[in-house]
Write a protein that binds this ligand. Structure first.
Ligand code: DON
Length: 322
């Protein structure tokens, strides 16, 4: 029997309390100094269904920066404005099995085309492909798409942006290499500015859940009843999320959770659960978008408790797409 909203919210509250105790198994990211100020014990979730059903629990309304979850929006924006073939000529759709900031494959596989847009090398390339001559113009197209999805103009955490801008030595190295081999369309510092500002967009779990919901519905916004981006872009993006979205833990996540998802080092996870799955006794029979925040991350860069919570939800409510 399908659970009532009240019953499912009770479950979420119980699971949040339970998995919060596992946040001690990870640490907040500190390589971007400003992220080290987060409270590692926080854990929150928002789930939104196609009919607008919304469930929120724990620290769902804490503001955090998107970090790598923004790679999804920038990839969609680049495909929308430049066309899928143009983008895929410059960034591939293959998982690497390497950490998100790895540089090794660029030189090992000539001509140095980034493997996918979910790792830093691919995302910096995608940032350079956004339409416009200046970082402000490129960010404009990304912000416009964000606004269509989330319903509000994005704000940037200047503190997080500055903190990463001053310490982004590895991303600078990646960008310089990509420039040298011809995959970066803008100047190095311009691509970095776009990429690091998109990473510093502030969201809460509800914003992230909306993005997941629209991806789950193949680019269609079921609440606003509007096609935001084409189905073909949504499908490629979800395939990338499934194979590369949780970095070098994507295989384990697909096997044991089974949802297209994208994480960020600030502790966010966005997941897209399509409507075609048999959804057990979940109140989200028509699919849903899920946003999670838990800033204590594991060795791969994924929220420790967030991954555990998603696994519990996938199993209990039969939301695993396989
Ligand atoms: O480029 C970076 O290192 C960060 N701005 C984003 C990395 C990230 O979120 C990886 N996530 N797990």
């Amino acid at each position: 029997m399908v659970q009532t909203i009240h019953q499912s919210l009770e479950c979420l509250d119980k699971w949040i309390t339970h998995y919060r105790s596992f946040t001690t198994e990870g640490h907040c990211a500190t390589y971007i100094p400003a992220l080290g100020k987060a409270n590692p014990a926080q854990l929150g979730i928002c789930m939104i269904g196609a009919d607008g059903t919304i469930q929120k629990s724990g620290d769902w309304d804490v503001a955090f920066t998107m970090q790598s979850i923004s790679k999804v929006i920038s990839f969609v924006a680049a495909c929308l404005h430049r066309g899928i073939p143009y983008v895929l000529d410059r960034v591939d759709v293959e998982p690497t099995g390497d950490p998100f900031d790895s540089i090794i494959r660029l030189e090992m596989h000539k001509p140095g085309k980034p493997f996918n847009p979910m790792i830093n090398a691919g995302a910096i390339t995608v940032a350079s492909l956004l339409p416009g001559e200046s970082p402000a113009e490129k960010l404009g197209s990304l912000y416009a798409l964000f606004e269509e999805i989330v319903g509000k103009r994005p704000t940037i955490s200047e503190e997080v942006f500055q903190s990463e801008w001053q310490t982004a030595h590895r991303n600078r190295a990646l960008a310089h290499y990509l420039k040298e081999v011809g995959f970066l369309e803008s100047e190095v510092e311009e691509a970095l500015e776009v990429y690091l500002k998109q990473c510093a967009i502030e969201v809460n779990t509800e914003d992230v859940a909306l993005l997941g919901l629209i991806l789950a519905h193949d680019g269609y916004h079921p609440i606003r009843k509007k096609q935001i981006f084409p189905k073909e872009i949504a499908r490629i993006t979800k395939a990338l999320m499934l194979t590369c979205g949780m970095y070098n833990a994507s295989g384990k996540f697909a096997a044991f959770v089974g949802m297209p998802a994208k994480s960020g080092v600030s502790g966010g996870i966005m997941a897209a659960v399509p409507s075609r799955v048999r959804s057990g006794d979940s109140p989200f029979q028509g699919g849903c978008g899920i946003g999670i925040y838990g800033p204590s991350i594991d060795e791969y860069g994924n929220s420790v408790a967030g991954v555990m919570l998603l696994k519990q939800i996938a199993n209990s409510w039969d939301l695993n797409i396989f």
